[in-house]
Design a protein around this ligand. Structure first.
Ligand code: ARG
Length: 313
């Protein structure tokens, strides 16, 4: 496998390499089981697999190198990994900050195994840029809670899966990677607001889409020296060059959890309200590619959660 060095300074730069994982070999047979594993609905494995194939084939068509990490696990690890029902939500496991990859720490025990599996591979692939040592003492930091706004600023949610103490421990490494400002917000701790990327997302170089309640929440602004002050969400994002498209009505996963393939192209779910997204003046000329990932979305995450960008140009 040809592997370029990790590089990622935004959410919208042209995606060159992305990490994914296919869904597990398990179906989730009933609503009762689904609810107990914190999913929204039963899932049929073969349909989930079809969804996954549409995802990776569209990415490949768009010229993106797609790496399914599970193919690189040793046999014994792979046999366990295949049983992990959340394994395809790779976004949470690690994050490329500039040219550094930082490991995530599962905020829920059920996801620990897959974090370990991926970290071992990343350590082999990127010995100079990836180390697990940085996670010493860190308890909960899932990267669905992180948006790279631009080459200066990072936005992080303190929520159900990411603790303030953990972010405080990791912040130094984010500054060291080259970023100068981190905005911290704390969103409601509920299933529909689980991660930051289920509440807002970068939709273009200069547009963030956000659930309208975020308007009422403050952001703590931190730089290398410490806490710099506070901004309301809108002002914080404005300062970093973004207009905000506030949504009053939305379907959380499809409408918010999309992926930027490049500055002109958004990859969205067939379930998304495309006309609504397109109705923002700065988004109306964008190219929207729609794919059917409805079966996968029943697991409580969308296209952004299913993709971990390693290289964006
Ligand atoms: N980046 C995200 N929003 N990931 C969603 C992960 C959902 C998954 N069911 C979990 O509980 O972990």
């Amino acid at each position: 496998m040809r592997l370029e060095q990790p590089n990622c300074w935004s959410e919208h730069g042209a995606l060159q390499t992305v990490l994914v994982c296919s869904p597990s070999v398990q179906s989730i047979p009933s609503l009762q089981v689904a609810e107990n594993v914190q999913w929204n609905a039963p899932v049929q494995q073969d349909v989930a697999m079809e969804n996954h194939h549409s995802l990776i084939s569209v990415l490949k068509q768009e010229g993106v190198q797609v790496i399914d990490y599970a193919l690189y696990l040793d046999l014994v690890t792979r046999q366990l990994n295949e049983q992990l029902i959340n394994r395809f939500f790779v976004r949470d496991l690690a994050c490329v900050f500039g040219n550094t990859i930082l490991p995530g720490i599962a905020g829920t025990f059920m996801r620990r195994a897959e974090y370990d599996h991926v970290h071992k591979l990343l350590g082999n692939w990127f010995p100079e840029t990836f180390t697990k040592d940085v996670t010493e003492g860190v308890k909960a930091l899932e990267y669905g809670d992180v948006l790279i706004l631009n080459a200066n600023a990072v936005f992080i949610n303190i929520g159900m899966r990411t603790s303030l103490e953990s972010v405080e421990q990791m912040m130094g490494h984010i500054f060291q990677a080259g970023f100068t400002e981190i905005g911290l917000i704390s969103l409601p701790r509920r299933a529909d607001t689980l991660h930051l990327d289920m509440n807002c997302n970068v939709a273009a170089e200069d547009v963030v889409i956000a659930k309208s309640y975020m308007y009422y929440l403050p952001v703590q602004v931190v730089n290398k020296e410490g806490i710099k002050g506070y901004d309301m969400t809108e002002k914080f994002l404005h300062r970093h060059g973004f207009d905000i498209y506030w949504l009053d009505k939305y379907e959380t996963i499809p409408d918010i959890n999309f992926l930027n393939i490049n500055p002109d192209t958004l990859l969205i779910s067939k379930q998304a309200h495309k006309q609504m997204l397109k109705s923002h003046p700065k988004l109306k000329n964008k190219r929207f590619i729609e794919i059917d990932v409805s079966e996968l979305e029943k697991a409580g995450g969308g296209i952004r959660c299913m993709t971990l960008p390693l290289v964006r140009k």
